[in-house]
Design a protein. Structure first.
Length: 103
């Protein structure tokens, strides 16, 4: 999910039929990618090397979903951690957390 139409069209391969208007519900649990990255690696790195648990938790998206997050907010930053792209992008984990405009 992207905030601006040009980014959304890019994800849809330039096809307008692949773009719709939606919003996250106000009560959606959204985690910043940077926070999820820290939380995920803290958990993953604590698991025994070669264990089944490590294979199960090898996907950060699955981990975020299991933690109850509805979406991951991604903000592009420079090497100093400053936002360089103010048009946030969201990875939607739970489609029921969306409010979609009728076509």
């Amino acid at each position: 999910m992207a905030r601006d139409k040009s980014t959304a069209l890019g994800y849809a391969g330039g096809k307008k039929t692949g773009v719709l208007r939606a919003a996250l519900r106000p009560d959606a649990r959204v985690v910043a990618y940077e926070d999820l990255h820290k939380e995920y690696h803290s958990h993953y790195d604590s698991l025994p090397e070669g264990s089944t648990a490590r294979r199960v938790w090898s996907d950060p998206g699955a981990y975020a979903t299991a933690r109850g997050y509805d979406a991951i907010r991604i903000v592009k930053t420079d090497k100093f951690g400053q936002a360089i792209d103010l048009a946030e992008t969201f990875v939607i984990l739970n489609r029921t957390a969306l409010i979609v405009e009728d076509a």
